[in-house]
Design a protein around this ligand. Sequence first.
Ligand code: KG4
Ligand code: ZN
Length: 339
Amino acid sequence: MAYLLAIESSCDETAVAVFKDQYLQSSVIATQPEHEQFGGVVPELASRLHQQTIVKVTEDALLQAGITKSDLDAIAFTYGPGLLGSLLVGASFAKGIAGALSLPLIAVHHLEAHVLAHFIEPPYPEFPFVCLTVSGGHTQLIWMESPLTYTIIGNTHDDAAGEAFDKAARLLGLPYPGGAWIDKHAKLGDPLKYTFPRPMPEGLDFSFSGLKTAFLYFLKTHLKTNPDFIAQELPHICASYQNALVKILLNKLSAATSEYPTKGLALAGGVSANSQLRKEFEILCNELGLPGFTLPLAYCTDNAAMIGMAAWFKWKENQFVDLSISPDPSGNVIKTSDV
Ligand code: KG4
Ligand code: ZN
């Protein structure tokens, strides 16, 4: 039996979770609403806020799990991808605890963790499966053969789906992060009222920059003739734009199933909280006759439970790192050593 402490600090959530073997014991998240006024995450502010909250969030996670530091068997942290300053806070904190308590250290890739969030609670997907991971910084199709064996089969050429949501929301004057706000307004709108391009690069890759630019010119054109265009049409604009994004994402996910053997499909990452994406994903899975896996909303956006889950798989394989590791904002694959 092992207790793992998992730390996530790649962007603007300070999160800590405790696992007892593969079972989640506690998961605490401190969000940083301070960024809202700036319309996006301010990296320096994010690191400072991580510094201020990480000790308290860790204490709360241990308390909720009913254990103390001396019960821990390993420390896991997100080593990338993410904002360097934010990653450094979590990594240094994890190294400090691991060093002080002479515990093994586990470095977790943030995007691997988003996918492995599917193993926190049943029902679990069966391998192999294809996961569409859509977050603020990444849009990937991943073919999962086992928890730690996977192939990235589709990637974005430019913006991530989350960025496409957030940038459009910003142009509409909605708060950051905008994806959830577009989702909310879209519920009252007509998704077919306006048409947006749906760029589809070759193969299983994505591209959202053309859609984003088209959206900017669409707004400019309408605002020229009607300065109240956004206020009057907000639900329809959100619904139509969201519809284009969802159709692009699911078109590629569907295409992946004819190229890779799969026993099921999964959605992960912050954008997988989107209600239209979840609904149409379910329809697609039914059409394809494949089981579909979505996550509870709390495990779609950044959290430490997913880091702990990934850490458990690494713990079982003795995949540890030494104290000289430094976080990598681009999230390149790390070399691990058996301890
Ligand atoms: O996975 P995540 O929490 O952080 C990263 O790893 O980037 O994803 C954050 C992204 C943001 O772009 C946010 O706007 C988007 O997830 N998001 C949504 C929704 N909730 C969060 N996008 C669309 N619809 C939502 N309901
Ligand atoms: Zn994330």
